[in-house]
Design a binder for this molecule. Structure first.
Ligand SMILES: [Zn+2]
Ligand SMILES: [Zn+2]
Length: 291
């Protein structure tokens, strides 16, 4: 057990739940973090486990023990709430609703969701279908978990690859649900989608503010990219070792507008999850110490 953790820092990582959901808080502690992201189920399977009261209690106890301030989930990769295929949409909707129910039962603060693909190329209809799914789930599952639409890398027929598309989804959700909605900004996805965090950092954030409003920003995923700018490809790299390099991460960490917004790594774990996460988190923490 480490004693060097700074309990005020907002840096964390997606952690494994091997051995059960209640093992996640200890894994965050191992990497000296008070923030974590997890999968509440296997993200490549349709099976939908239920979080029973005993599991919720065990998770809460571990969370308390390890003083985890922020915990959230990333939804299944199979969910596509923008699909034109009605059977897949319904299956996706049920999966998303059950995901939100698990998050609520666990007391998670956020649920990151990929906006999906309009595979017939009709973006406007895909956006409307996504907004409908998010709206229904928020109406049917009451609670505090905030749904965060993640900016995607912009490949294929995704309806999540630009600030304007995310804004179009958010606009179609009723006002009374807006406080339970926000955006997750993934640096790898943004750079791949054509937002030049390296060459035009200020311009990217001006665009975000214009389209969405900075107050919508609920979470960062801090990942470098294995692919070049505007590649529309999504492959994460260790911070500072990809096409983004070190500087955008330094600027985000030191940007006063983003202080306190949770910042989660989804960088490669390889054969040493703890060592690799500590290395990437160490870079972020060094910026903060240098000021
Ligand atoms: Zn994601
Ligand atoms: Zn991400």
């Amino acid at each position: 057990m480490t004693s060097s953790r700074d309990d005020s820092d907002e840096f964390g990582a997606h952690v494994s739940t091997a051995g059960g959901l209640a093992t996640a808080p200890a894994r965050a502690r191992e990497i000296e973090s008070t923030s974590l992201q997890l999968f509440t189920k296997q993200p490549t399977r349709w099976a939908e486990p239920v979080v029973d009261p005993a599991l919720a209690l065990a998770f809460g106890e571990e969370r308390d023990t390890h003083q985890i301030r922020v915990a959230g989930s990333h939804d299944s990769y199979l969910i596509n709430l923008a699909t034109p295929k009605s059977e897949l949409w319904e299956r996706s909707y049920q999966s998303f609703r059950k995901e939100l129910a698990r998050c609520t039962a666990l007391g998670l603060q956020f649920l990151v969701t990929h906006p999906g693909n309009a595979t017939d190329g009709d973006d406007a209809s895909g956006i409307a279908r996504n907004a409908e799914g998010v709206t229904r789930a928020l109406e049917e599952v009451e609670g505090c978990t905030r749904v965060l639409l993640e900016l995607t890398a912009g490949g294929g027929t995704t309806v999540g690859g630009s600030f304007e598309k995310l804004a179009a989804i958010l606009e179609q959700v009723p006002d009374e649900l807006q406080k339970r909605l926000g955006v997750c900004f993934d640096t790898c996805h943004a750079y791949s989608a054509g937002y030049d965090l390296v060459g035009d950092y200020d311009g990217v954030w001006a665009s975000f503010d214009d389209a969405l409003g900075l107050e919508r920003l609920g979470l960062f995923h801090l990942n470098d990219s294995k692919n070049p700018f505007a590649s529309r490809k999504d492959r994460h790299e260790h911070l500072g070792e990809g096409s983004l390099g070190v500087e955008p991460f330094r600027r985000i960490v030191l940007d006063p507008r983003f202080l306190g917004i949770p910042k989660i790594l989804e960088t490669p774990k390889e054969s040493d999850p703890v060592g690799n996460d500590l290395k990437n988190l160490g870079l972020l923490r060094s910026f903060r110490r240098q000021g």
